[in-house]
Design a protein around this ligand. Structure first.
Ligand code: ZN
Length: 327
């Protein structure tokens, strides 16, 4: 791939992410303003130019500081003091591995979250937990365990309010900010990513938060009463549903670790997805993979479709974003 094309694909990736969610310069308010990441906006100088760097005819240059093989813009966030660093892509081939991100909302729950952590540990996989601040405050030891065991944490508001009923200041201070205060009290670090309850957030508001607002591409509707059965949850994730979507390379699966029926399904779900060849990644890993892949990723930051989704929906007229469902 030429540098130019690569750059264009990076910019496309950045635009996709920025289109709905990313930190494209939105000024947060008091609580999280210091955290506003200037990521995702692609700065070409950040891109390691594999094609351009080694010039065989040049005299040997002093070896620069060791740099990771792949530097993503997201990785800049690692410099954010006081924040959980995005997980590295070590052990993952971002272009060739088949990846899926499991995400669990609304916890932590005093019994079900530890059970899920046991299952994840036994299967040696990582997941991402979008936590409600009130539960974080109530169960800080579980929050710490989640983080210590290598999983990722995002905020899911303070009290599961529909954020679109609030002002930006209220969201940043009383919801995400307060939830992050509790996460910091439990782990010593703040979370970089959020998921708005019910997926309820306008693109404009998401941009103004200056933080990553992460939705999902697969929704098994495990929270619905009629689906609170491990067999149904298993079926909805592994086999997919027309309404909730299908797991494919790059998917972000939404589930809820507050439900025993969901947790009871996950050992089988993980084993089934492993049998299909999936590797399990966190959301920040998925974001980096998406960035590296450019357009070839299937996940939703809100309403913004990937280029592939846009092409497919133009062709088939299907695929509506799910923002009114969930939790
Ligand atoms: Zn929720």
């Amino acid at each position: 791939m030429s540098k130019k094309i690569k750059l264009i694909s990076m910019v496309l990736a950045a635009l996709m992410a920025c289109a709905f969610m990313a930190g494209c310069g939105g000024a947060g308010s008091a609580a999280e303003s210091a955290a506003v990441p200037t990521v995702i906006t692609t700065t070409p100088s950040e891109e390691p130019s594999a094609e351009a760097t080694p010039d065989p005819t040049a005299t040997p240059e002093p070896t620069p500081d060791p740099t990771p093989e792949v530097t993503t813009n997201l990785a800049q966030l690692q410099a954010k003091e006081g924040y959980m660093p995005p997980k590295s892509l070590e052990g993952i081939d971002p272009l060739n591995d088949k990846v899926v991100a499991l995400t669990f909302d609304d916890g932590p729950h005093p019994e079900n979250t530890p059970k899920l952590l046991d299952i994840l540990k036994e299967n040696d996989v990582v997941a991402t937990f979008f936590m409600v601040g009130t539960n974080v405050e109530e169960y800080p030891d579980i929050v710490k365990r989640v983080y210590d065991e290598g999983h990722e944490i995002g905020t899911h508001s303070w009290d599961h309010t529909d954020l679109m009923t609030l002002s930006l200041d209220e969201i940043m201070t009383n919801q995400y900010g307060k939830a992050n205060d509790a996460i910091e009290a439990a782990t010593g670090l703040r979370a970089l990513i959020d998921r708005p309850p019910y997926g309820s957030m306008s693109e404009d508001m998401a941009e103004q938060t200056g933080r990553e607002q992460i939705l999902w591409s697969v929704d098994p509707n495990d929270w619905k009463k009629e689906n609170r059965d491990p067999d149904i949850v298993y079926d909805h994730v592994v086999n997919g549903t027309p309404d909730g979507g299908y797991v494919q390379d790059g998917a972000i699966v939404l589930s809820h670790d507050i439900h025993a029926t969901t947790v009871a399904a996950y050992d089988r779900i993980i084993k089934a997805l492993k049998d299909e060849g999936y590797k399990f990644v966190t959301v920040t890993q998925m974001m980096q993979i998406a960035e590296i892949r450019g357009k070839d990723i299937e996940y939703r930051f809100g309403h913004a479709p990937t280029a592939k989704e846009a092409a497919e929906s133009t062709a088939s007229g299907s695929q509506s974003p799910e923002v009114e469902s969930e939790e």
